[in-house]
Ligand binder design. Structure first.
Ligand code: 16G
Length: 531
């Protein structure tokens, strides 16, 4: 059993405030001042998870991603670098809401018995945090939680979220045939840089990319990374002020650029140059450029997915191994034109799943090579074990095939297999643009986005909104879906759906149609139905 005196003493240092917590799509996330007890208890959960998995290393990342500086959060990473198994999210929520030490102990004991956790097993946990000032004290709360079950811990200090996912996988696969790399930030840089250099070898270097780091952890980390590239890529970093915490994600970063459909404030854009933005923990990436007529053009997650799928399909064919199936996973937020492009021009299967990285990741595992991206810039490409085997055993029967096979091998190394990673995705995009010698405008020509609009509607109780069919249809409240369908029918290329947010107390309405005015009207009319 758990040492109750020890738990009481530690738990008294991290008293639960009067609040209700939920481990949601991206872990716990809220005002940092509310998080102390939540993070302490997440430490206990991480140790339990590790013991349950026979001492496998569990990762713990303290970050609130694209949220404002005063927020923070925590998410857990399972042994292969994937997100915490879904069924454990409820345990995280329950632990965080236990009203007293007694309730906390009772819940831990109920987990131990129902999940058959052997408390004599070791617990191994690693953690990291982004640049938020609250991170330091929250790490101390986490460490206290980990003491409750005597976990062995390693503090990796300041990291991007995908780096922690990478390190977790490396630690759990060390010495096995699936070994993933050296379990350090340095090892991560070396692996990505080596693969990227193979991919662009012999090609003319592109002009410099301007990279907006949202004044977050991506800035110092990308600066650490750049020297490893030996000048294979020119990057000019902007919004790198991590010494002024209040600037984090302020008027900058992937979320700002995607939602505002404009460049970060203060960035002077020149026609046809390439720009990219990370979010606050560097697991999201969007590109953009300014057209000759000065209009702002966004190259979002859908555009990245289209580019990646196009390139991988070509490589697989060029290597003579087109038995490998390539598929793309999107959410309902994917622009209709991107889905059309993937299905009709690239002839790839496209699946649509619910919002949230874990759903996309899960679905992408069904393909030999699964490309998954949310429109907001979260995403990656997964290579199945059998695809990797084929790619590694293919030598090619002529030099062109050999080169394509080599590129595929390097691509599987440059792309983070654990989770969407802005560094990795940036190298993927830069690889393709360099290989093709494309400007962002040429990339953008694959298809033209349908005008779209995303509206937030504040409702009394968002929990009454229930969806099915990958969130594309409302089943409750009854009748609304029929009304939506009737309105959508009246709009050319119209599409609209309503879903409750998983991260904010609002309902989101998405609309797209043939023209901007029609889109706005559609969004307005659908919004009126739920209000
Ligand atoms: C979380 C998800 C993100 C999703 C967003 C939707 C992860 C790591 N993050 O941030 O993928 O797009 O939630 O938010 O899964 P919403 O439910 O408020 O629309």
């Amino acid at each position: 059993t758990v040492n109750v005196n020890n738990l009481n003493a530690l738990s008294d240092l991290h008293k639960k405030p009067d609040a209700n917590f939920t481990y949601g799509t991206a872990g716990f996330r809220m005002k940092a001042e509310l998080l102390d007890s939540v993070i302490f208890r997440t430490g206990i959960l991480a140790a339990l998870r590790s013991k349950k998995l026979d001492g496998k290393v569990i990762g713990c990342m303290i970050t609130a991603s694209h949220n404002p500086a005063e927020d923070n959060g925590v998410k857990l990473v399972d042994p292969m670098g994937e997100m915490l198994e879904g069924s454990w999210e409820a345990h995280a929520t329950a632990l965080s809401n236990a009203e007293s030490n007694e309730h906390l102990i009772d819940y831990i004991h109920s987990m131990v018995s129902s999940l058959k956790i052997d408390l004599t097993k070791p617990a191994n946990v690693v953690f990291g945090r982004d640049t938020r000032p609250s991170g330091e004290s929250l790490v101390a709360a986490l460490a206290d939680g980990l003491k409750v079950l005597d976990a062995t811990v390693t503090d990796y200090g300041i990291l991007t979220t995908p780096q922690l996912h990478y390190i977790t996988r490396c630690l759990n696969t060390a010495g096995t045939p699936e070994a993933y790399g050296e379990p350090t930030a340095e090892g991560y840089y070396k692996k990505l840089a080596a693969a990227f250099k193979v991919l662009v070898e012999g090609k003319t270097k592109l002009s410099a990319l301007t990279l907006d780091c949202a004044n977050g952890v991506g800035a110092p980390k990308f600066k650490e990374f750049l020297p490893h590239l030996d000048d294979a890529l020119s990057v000019k970093i902007v919004n790198d002020d991590v010494d002024n915490p209040s600037k984090l994600n302020l008027n900058s970063g992937a979320d700002f650029v995607k939602t505002q459909q404009r460049g970060p404030i203060g960035l002077k854009m020149a026609p046809q140059e390439r720009y990219a933005s990370f979010d606050g923990d560097a697991d999201r990436l969007v590109y953009y450029y300014q057209d000759d007529d000065n209009t702002f053009k966004l190259l979002d997650g859908d555009k990245i997915a289209g580019l990646a799928a196009m390139y991988i399909i070509d490589l697989v064919k060029a290597a003579g191994i087109d038995s490998i199936s390539v598929g793309v996973v999107q959410t309902a937020y994917a622009n209709g034109a991107s889905t059309q492009y993937l299905r009709n021009s690239l002839n790839v299967p496209v699946s649509c799943v619910s919002t949230g990285v874990k759903h996309l990741h899960h679905e992408a595992l069904k393909y030999d090579v699964g490309v998954y991206f949310e429109a907001n810039g979260h995403g990656t490409v997964l290579f199945s074990p059998s695809a990797l085997k084929t790619i590694h055993s293919t030598e090619g029967s002529n030099p062109a095939q050999a080169v394509a096979a080599r590129s595929l091998r390097a691509l599987s190394e440059v792309i983070n297999q654990t989770v969407g990673d802005a560094f990795s995705d940036l190298l993927l995009v830069e690889t393709i643009l360099t290989q093709r010698q494309w400007t962002p405008k040429v990339w953008d020509q694959a298809y033209t986005d349908l005008p779209n609009r995303l509206v937030k509607v504040v409702v009394k109780d968002r929990s009454i909104f229930k969806t099915v069919d990958a969130e594309r249809k409302l089943v409750e409240p009854a009748g609304i879906q029929d009304a939506i369908d009737a309105i959508v029918l009246k709009f050319r290329d119209g599409r609209s759906f309503v879903r409750p947010s998983g991260t904010e107390d609002v309902v989101r309405v998405y609309a797209e149609a043939a023209t901007r005015p029609e889109t706005d009207e559609l969004a307005y009319r659908i919004g009126g139905l739920v209000f």
